[in-house]
Ligand binder design. Sequence first.
Ligand code: ADP
Ligand code: MG
Length: 336
Amino acid sequence: MDKKDPTIASLGEFGLIQSHFAPLCSNKKGITVGIGDDGAVLAVQPNQELVVSTDTLVEHIHFSSNDNPYQLAKKSLRVNLSDLAAMGANPNWYLLNIATPPSTQIEWINEFARGLKEDGERYSIVLTGGDTTSSKSGLVITITVMGTVDKGRAILRSGAKPGDKIFLSGTLGDSTLGLTYRLGYLKISNHLDAEFLQNRHLIPEPRVSLGLAILTEKIAHSAIDISDGLIADLKHVCSESNVGAEVDVDKIPLSGAATRLLETGGKEILTQILTGGEDYELLFTADAAMVDKIASIADKVGVGVTEIGVVSSGSEVKVLQNGSQLKLDSGGWTHF
Ligand code: ADP
Ligand code: MG
């Protein structure tokens, strides 16, 4: 983008809303009143409940100035969709609050809106409003998503029971490895691996279909999406459910790229895989009798689901390798 390209200041606040955001509001999904009034009016079926979640991405903290706006739009929406997925909710509507420096180029917003449009269609979620302001200190993007579940059926963090098996979708650790590579802290000689891991960080895949399927099929007692790291998020489930857990490191699903890094990087890489965040995979717990049903659902939605451990009574979260417990110290995860 050329520095002399026109900026959003030339559009004005309402011009920008009209040209770039209003077109993302279609007439689908029970929208009685969309963008343009003081509030949106949205129809919810009488037997359903609304699931609402919000996440903010801040320039210099969550992304950098020269990040690709098309990808950034997708990530902003997807991290929110991942929360809906973890509740088993069906995505419906979202709000976009954006604070942008007036010097932001129109081409940047074009690409940002293109990313939102593409993913809005892909995940069947419609923009129904928001807020647009200027910012003197970088870009701030807040998206609020709304989805629906049948009354009383949302999957919570608090339902895990001792004896439940713990399941994880996809592969773990790719995003954090991609990020540290991107920041220059990790060397990756294989270009394809580097690209794969970076993409896992830049454009996560929210497990919306999997979340819907485990709710519909009454599979899970509890669920969470991995945004803060496996161990931290598993601890959230355990404390909300008043249970403990044992995770078997050797069962954790890894991509080929992460496996290759683990072979050469050892303990530090393992620590990163266990504690790094932003994978946006689903972790859920379910009765052991559900194993076959889960395998067939995973097959149907085309996402790998791996059993990685078991819920225990008590409150401790144990990480096991070859049957012995690992402990986190300043040098990473080590054997006792
Ligand atoms: P108000 O001043 O009443 O809060 P605004 O002038 O901020 O309303 O917004 C006018 C309309 O444009 C509202 O429907 C609002 O939801 C919508 N809107 C504003 N900013 C955005 C945005 N970034 N994305 C989508 N809709 C937006
Ligand atoms: Mg108003």
